[in-house]
Design a protein around this ligand. Structure first.
Ligand code: ASP
Length: 339
């Protein structure tokens, strides 16, 4: 009798717990931010050019918004969004990337999973159509973090990634730009980069960045993008961060990790940590001309830059999303599909 009473009690408690946990289950919030670089003179941004950038930024954002609202992982999201931007000739990554001083495209990319601090990166690659896909495979399928040059290409071939001729990445705009650099003329847009950071409904943070680097760079030069902690970083305990700017400064300041560390060790908010690194550390060194996008574990976002423009877009599970190019100018929208 006593046993029966006891068993009934346990069963009742278990059912109650089940009902409670089902009724209290709430879909978690998600957030995403993308950037398409902070290079370029604001004066060159005609309304038509700006509209074109905004259109492509919103298309890239839409890929991420859809995936996150369907519950996809932030890692898959940042990779797919960066793929879109690598395929778009407007941005300095993949097709449309800048060239080194010899007229060759050498591409860098990285991806990081904040849930386990795993990371993958490739540098100086000349023939992988979507460099961030190679970075993801370095992370998922090797015991390494960073592969470079011919080794990275051989690995990409082995993994059956799409291999292209180096000329695939070329555009007339980048050829003109390199010619101006060679003639010693001032160029409007010597750099750029693309990046995406996201928080998914399971609370996982990820970051991905991809770039052609600096136009007219020395062959073999590697920027901050594939240096984990410099241009790219993600940690579920703090934030996911992707940077753009003069990579040498970003490497020396270990920018992305510094933001995470300020949050972790000093308890800074995402915004305070980002602004402090960009404006109090990078600026005084003379590393002007860059920007940082980041999202924290609560879904807060930041888009800081010390230039006249940064191509950027963002969205949250609240339904709000926005796009901007010039400083101080941003279009904000509201979608009815999200909660
Ligand atoms: N950070 C990139 C590099 O130095 C360029 C950029 O983002 O503008 O390679």
């Amino acid at each position: 009798m006593k046993f029966r009473l006891f068993a009934t009690l346990i069963l009742t408690l278990a059912c109650g717990q089940l009902i409670y946990s089902q009724s209290s289950f709430q879909p978690r919030k998600w957030s995403i931010v993308i950037h398409g670089g902070a290079g370029g003179a604001p004066k060159s941004m005609t309304p038509e050019r700006k509209a074109l950038y905004e259109k492509h930024l919103l298309e890239a954002l839409e890929i991420g918004r859809k995936m996150l609202s369907e519950g996809k992982s932030s890692l898959d999201v940042v990779q797919k969004v960066v793929n879109y931007m690598e395929d778009c000739p407007l941005f300095n990554a993949g097709k449309g990337a800048v060239m080194n001083i010899d007229g060759i495209h050498e591409l860098d990319a990285a991806i990081m999973d904040g849930s386990n601090l795993k990371a993958g990166a490739i540098a100086g690659v000349r023939d992988v159509r979507n460099p961030v896909n190679a970075a993801r495979l370095v992370m998922d399928s090797t015991a390494h973090v960073l592969l470079i040059g011919e080794g990275a290409s051989a690995f990409a071939k082995e993994m059956k990634l799409e291999i292209v001729d180096n000329s695939y990445f070329s555009t007339q705009a980048r050829t003109n730009q390199l010619n101006s650099i060679k003639k010693g003329e001032e160029t409007k847009d010597p750099r750029g980069t693309v990046g995406c950071v996201a928080l998914d409904i399971n609370g996982n943070l990820s970051a991905a960045t991809s770039t052609g680097g600096m136009s007219g760079k020395k062959w073999g030069r590697v920027g901050d993008v594939p240096v984990i902690g410099a241009g790219t970083y993600a940690n579920n305990a703090t934030a996911a961060i992707s940077c753009t700017g003069h990579g040498e400064y970003w490497i020396r300041r270990v920018v992305a990790f510094d933001i995470s560390a300020l949050m972790e060790y000093r308890g800074y908010s995402l915004e305070k940590a980002t602004n402090s690194v960009l404006f109090d550390k990078i600026d005084p060194m003379g590393g002007s001309g860059g920007g940082i996008i980041a999202v924290d574990h609560d879904g807060n976002i930041t888009m800081a830059f010390n230039t006249g423009l940064m191509h950027r877009a963002w969205a949250k599970s609240t339904g709000e999303y926005g796009v901007g190019v010039l400083k101080g100018e941003e279009k904000v929208f509201r979608s009815n599909n999200e909660k």
